[in-house]
Design a protein around this ligand. Structure first.
Ligand code: ZN
Length: 221
């Protein structure tokens, strides 16, 4: 199915590049607009660059700038949702869902991509994924977009089965690497891994980057 507008909802600057930049590039290649709704500025992250160039006070400024560069590299729009990093799990899900629903009703995407709650490793990922699913469920059926959930936990396929959508991002690998590289404060470890192990087929961590996998979310009626 061809889409008219794709919205990606994740909590941190860099989730879009690591998790979905191949998929995003695929849609951009078809001239389909993509908007990233970024939950926080990732200001509580432990990585401060390598060598270190940020501190706790300046990290949000760097990450905001990195996000801007990444979205420019991917040729997509983005909006900052303005939540605080590492606190999304304490927000009222209903409130976050209402906030997201308002934006989705304005953008009117035909596809929404978010994290799979419970299989997304980080509490912020789980919480925003759950709120995004709630937001879509709360929309009127005639404007409700398709919904894909991305699991990233180790061995998630054992419990969830084979993902419905598997994008081999090899054709978009350079774009994906360029997007990841813009997140300088976060990506240096990953980049050295890639540079040291160019044969990414042999490397599990890179394998995880090469295939972007999603489950089609079935809303309960
Ligand atoms: Zn994240």
């Amino acid at each position: 199915m061809s889409h008219e507008h794709v919205v990606v909802i994740y909590p941190h600057p860099d989730d879009e590049s690591f998790g979905a930049s191949g998929t995003i590039s695929k849609y951009r290649e078809q001239d389909i607009p993509v908007t990233y709704l970024c939950g926080t500025l990732g200001e509580m992250g432990r990585n401060m660059g390598s060598p270190t160039f940020a501190n706790r006070e300046t990290l949000s400024t760097f990450r905001k700038e990195e996000l801007k560069k990444a979205c420019k590299a991917l040729d997509i729009d983005y909006r900052l949702l303005g939540y605080r990093d590492k606190t999304l799990e304490f927000e009222q899900r209903e409130q976050v869902a209402a906030h997201l629903k308002e934006i989705l009703q304005e953008i009117r995407p035909t596809l929404v991509i978010t994290h799979y709650p419970g299989y997304a490793v980080h509490p912020d990922h789980d919480a925003l994924g759950a709120a995004a699913i709630q937001a879509v469920a709360d929309m009127e059926e005639d404007v409700r977009p398709e919904l894909w959930a991305q699991a990233i936990a180790t061995n998630f396929e054992k419990t969830l089965g084979k993902p419905d959508i598997i994008h081999d991002v090899k054709p978009y690998w350079d774009k994906k690497m360029a997007a990841i590289e813009t997140h300088l404060s976060q990506a240096s470890g990953m980049m050295s891994l890639i540079k040291n192990k160019p044969d990414f087929n042999e490397n599990e961590e890179l394998e995880h980057l090469r295939y972007e996998r999603f489950y089609r979310w079935k809303l309960e009626e």
